[in-house]
Design a protein around this ligand. Structure first.
Ligand code: ARG
Length: 466
């Protein structure tokens, strides 16, 4: 888009001279807030209709301004909108152009409105759309996890604590563990959406206006669920940005944990999964390499999401009421976190959806004798031994096994009973996890249904966001 000569600033009446280049370079937000053009036009259309209802603009003037806003919309949509040097932000750019097109009627557009309530309105509208987009990315990844869990059948792998093999778990169970954390993310997003669904339009610069506007009607016009109650709060509140950034940070953290896992799983040392070529990268020097860069960046970029959140919180801290220019710093972190999260969700979904699991390798690792230790202790418990004693008794067998005396199976059969042998059969220990929500085949069947139901409900909730 071409840059043209400077026009007058919005506040030129009070100033003898124009703004310094250094001021514009430092304070302008157009380079990043131009993406708000669509919501800015939507907000202005609602405001103009409100001014018509208030009798500030005649019906004819309302039409002229609405037509001009449509024309500006067309220019943005087709990429022909021309920014001028004096366009400090998207709001000034749109208003300038509307005034060029609509003349005097256009010059009435900003009546009873400040950029303070305007920018808050725009950003809330934008965030509603952004949350919906992120939520559909989360749902897409959940669908992949659910599909893969269903396909996993009776595959199992070692479950870990402290990254040491602990007890075997069904592969479906492991995959759904991540799907459930994403379920909470979705809940947080929807929750944040509803709390931010409040229109600040009509709060003016900070105190409202003497013009007889009706903020409730413009809120309805814009599809907001409710209207601000306090004009000072309306223009200074950025809780919704902080909440959204937190929800995105936590999604990022969840993806980073998935990422770390896939870095491990695809390593030769683990060998639990192989990436599809389309979702892996090679090395410029080492011909044999196939790297899990998506997984690594999911891990790496989570730092940036956390940084965006903490940066914004630091900006908000101790700000006096009401609007301060500091608040302009809300946008870049929000835009960046939304963009990165949407990209990450799609990349991770593709990576997991196309990968191949080596279930033989998983089973071989999960069938290691030591993973049966807890089942031996629980076997003793079923025979009346107090757990603490059972734990010590099995611990001794493990110690004898590790010192080279015999394999654990033979020791268990000799010392505990021949019925222990079944636990050592391939997949034998996995079947022992029968408690509700546990990692064995029977509770996992129940869980897959429970997750599918929760998932279907999420899809309905997302549709409801509109
Ligand atoms: N570009 C500004 C922002 O993003 C718009 C509001 C400016 N308001 C003002 N009074 N300077 O916050």
């Amino acid at each position: 888009m071409a840059e043209e000569k400077s026009s007058e600033s919005l506040w030129h009446g009070r100033f003898a001279g124009g703004p310094a280049e250094a001021l514009m370079a430092y304070t302008a937000s157009l380079p990043f807030d131009r993406r708000l053009w669509e919501v800015d036009i939507r907000g202005s259309k609602a405001h103009v209709r409100g001014l018509g209802r208030a009798g500030v603009l005649s019906t004819a003037e309302v039409e002229v301004v609405l037509d001009a806003l449509d024309k500006v919309h067309g220019e943005f949509a087709s990429g022909t909108f021309e920014f001028h040097e004096g366009d400090e932000d998207i709001h000034t750019a749109v208003e300038r152009r509307v005034t060029e097109i609509a003349g005097d009627a256009g010059a009435r557009l900003h009546t009873a409105r400040s950029r303070n309530d305007q920018v808050a309105t725009d950003l809330r509208l934008w965030t509603k759309g952004a949350i919906t987009e992120v939520a559909s990315g989360v749902i897409n990844l959940q669908r992949v996890l659910l599909d893969r869990a269903r396909q996993a059948g009776d595959a199992y792998l070692p479950g870990y604590t402290h990254l040491q093999r602990a007890q075997p778990v069904m592969l479906a169970h492991h995959l759904l563990a991540h799907a459930w954390s994403l379920h909470r993310d979705l809940d947080r997003l929807v929750d944040a959406y509803h709390r931010l669904d409040v229109s600040p339009l009509g709060a003016g610069a900070l105190a409202g206006t003497s013009i007889a506007i009706d903020p409730v009607t413009t809120a309805e016009d814009l599809g907001f669920a409710s209207t601000f109650a306090n004009s000072l709060d309306a223009v200074s509140d950025r809780d919704f940005v902080a909440e959204t950034l937190f929800a995105l940070s936590l999604i990022g953290i969840h993806l980073s944990r998935i990422g770390e896992e896939w870095v491990l799983w695809t390593s030769e040392e683990f060998g639990f999964a192989r990436l599809d070529d389309a979702y892996a990268t090679g090395s410029s020097m080492l011909p044999q390499k196939k790297n899990a860069d998506i997984a690594e960046l999911a891990r790496g970029k989570s730092g940036r999401l956390i940084g965006n959140l903490t940066g914004l919180l630091a900006t908000l801290k101790a700000l006096p009421l009401a609007y301060n220019r500091d608040l302009q710093e809300d946008k870049e972190p929000l835009f960046d976190s939304v963009e990165q999260t949407v990209l990450a969700l799609a990349a991770i979904a593709g990576m997991i959806g196309t990968a191949e699991f080596d279930t033989e390798r998983m089973a071989a690792c999960a069938d290691a004798e030591l993973l049966v230790a807890t089942d031996l202790a629980e076997h003793l418990v079923r025979n009346g031994v107090p757990f603490r004693q059972a734990h010590a008794q099995v611990g001794q067998l493990v110690r004898r096994h590790l010192s080279g005396e015999a394999n654990l199976r033979d020791l268990a059969v000799a010392e505990i009973g021949s019925d222990c042998a079944a636990y050592f059969e391939s997949g034998g220990a996995t079947k022992m996890r029968t408690s509700p929500g546990g990692a064995g085949p029977s509770p996992v069947v129940v869980q897959i249904d429970a997750f599918a139901a929760a998932f279907a409900e999420s899809v309905t909730r997302l549709d409801g966001l509109g």
